[in-house]
Design a protein around this ligand. Structure first.
Ligand code: ARG
Length: 462
């Protein structure tokens, strides 16, 4: 008995083992690229007619057939078949069933190898646009909250120990900067992936007089790829996307960690609205920050997918190998994960409310203006190391007396240095401390507002 596979069964003398057919099929997961597969096929047929390989009537029949199939898939009427292996052969077989022998001409001058390479690029390009717009929405939300919280004072930390007072707006702008770099990396990946593999055929190119520049133009690609072997085997763009995705998730995960800390009763710095939290089935008092926790957790799977793809590629000889079919599930999951996490974050961030009194009190508790006192002494002529020691002793006194530096009397402060006078209280207040860091990148409320204004211009130019 010969093999019944219409697309490649000719040279086979027995049917594919039923398990092997299922084992090697990708249709369950690659069907999500149906729109891009049809888009690529329509462009290919249009080009084939332009160069005279297909007649205009054949082209039109193919385009009409594919357009009908698109409708069927979108209405959920299309029957996917595992025997037909993947999205490409399912759609091609349906076309032939619909329009007859002309359908069999679509694959002229093309291979599934350049077809799949094209489809994934088109697919990722579309999904990347969604990711970039959600990322922008999140960044806009951050700017709104940062502006609202430009004057809100909180402790800034190093080693998670109170270090110096900062404004909450300034802290949120740090997140903004992290995401700004992520945007740049993802946008850059989008430029590099926008090169068209179609025309490479199986690996060596094709003998038909194809016009690759024309197909590239039809599909919105920057240009046709330069080398056919590279075109069918390159998955750098997927790896690059996952790497950029890993960094983005790392940033969201760090932000999540802070949200989890800040919503805890120990910190009690912020509130997340109930709609982003869940309760406990046993402990009635609980309100858990599930969204940040889940985002933090999902970072692991994205990192894992990056390693999967790197490992998938590392030993492949040129050109296409079936290994490459394994690129899709990790890639798709990274896309889904990024879209989900960004959407949740973009919805949640504008709804963060600060508990200003608690933040302020925490900043007060940790001697966060100690550096300001040292800087004050330096301005009065004390060497920095001596100033450091004087402040250290003042802090020790404060710990013993349960007093912040700003709560000590002038008398008490002067025990440690005679150069201290009345004006010291201008620098010991939290407001004085943040306002004094008044330069680009500093935490002063005015700087936060200026940074928000600059960032808004950057977003407007996207
Ligand atoms: N389903 C395959 C993939 O995802 C399509 C290309 C298969 N090409 C081949 N010659 N077997 O990579």
């Amino acid at each position: 008995m010969s093999n019944t596979n219409q697309q490649w069964g000719g040279r086979f003398s027995e049917a594919t083992d039923a398990f092997v057919a299922r084992f090697t099929a990708s249709v369950d997961f690659d069907q999500r690229m149906y729109r891009q597969d049809i888009q690529g096929s329509i462009a290919h047929a249009t080009m084939l007619a332009k160069v005279g390989v297909l007649t205009d009537d054949e082209r039109d029949a193919i385009i009409d057939g594919l357009t009908e199939i698109l409708g069927e898939i979108e209405r959920g009427e299309f029957e996917w078949s595992v025997e037909l292996e993947d999205v490409h052969m399912n759609i091609e077989a349906a076309l032939t069933k619909k329009i007859g022998i002309t359908g069999k001409k679509l694959h002229t001058g093309r291979s599934r190898n350049d077809q799949v390479a094209t489809d994934i690029r088109l697919y990722l390009r579309d999904e990347l646009a969604v990711i970039l717009s959600e990322l922008t929405r999140l960044q806009q939300g951050l700017l709104d909250v940062a502006e609202r919280e430009a004057d809100t004072i909180m402790p800034g930390f190093t080693h998670l120990q109170t270090a110096q007072p900062v404004t909450f707006g300034h802290h949120l702008l740090a997140w903004f900067e992290m995401l700004q770099r992520d945007y740049g990396r993802l946008a850059d990946c989008g430029k590099r992936l926008n090169v068209m593999p179609l025309g490479a055929a199986a690996l060596a190119g094709t003998t038909y007089p194809i016009d690759r520049a024309y197909t590239a133009e039809l599909l919105g690609f920057e240009r046709p790829s330069e080398n056919s072997l590279d075109s069918v085997s390159d998955r750098d763009f997927a790896i690059e996307f996952c790497a950029a995705g890993s960094l983005l998730m790392t940033h969201l995960s760090r932000a999540s960690e802070e949200l989890v800390l800040w919503t805890s009763s120990q910190f009690n710095f912020i509130d997340l609205p109930d709609r982003f939290c869940t309760g406990s089935s046993i402990m009635p008092q609980k309100k858990n920050p599930d969204v940040p926790e889940l985002v933090r957790g999902k970072t692991g799977r994205v990192n894992g997918h990056l390693i999967s793809l790197l490992t998938l590629m590392k030993s492949q000889p040129l050109a296409y190998n079936k290994d490459n079919q394994e690129d899709k599930e990790p890639l798709f999951d990274v896309i889904d994960t990024l879209q989900g996490c960004l959407r949740a974050y973009a919805d949640m961030v504008p709804a963060i409310t600060s508990k200003k009194e608690n933040m302020r009190e925490a900043a007060m508790r940790g001697f966060s203006t100690a550096t300001d006192l040292a800087d004050y002494l330096v301005r009065k002529g004390v060497a920095f190391r001596d100033a450091h020691d004087i402040v250290g002793r003042s802090v020790a006194f404060g710990i013993a007396e349960s007093k912040d530096l700003s709560e000590m009397t002038l008398e008490e402060l002067r025990q440690f240095s005679e150069v201290i006078s009345d004006d010291v209280f201008d620098v010991l207040t939290l407001e004085g401390s943040v306002a004094a860091r008044n330069h680009i990148g500093g935490t002063a409320p005015d700087q936060v507002r200026a940074a928000v204004a600059r960032a808004r211009e950057v977003l407007a130019a996207r």
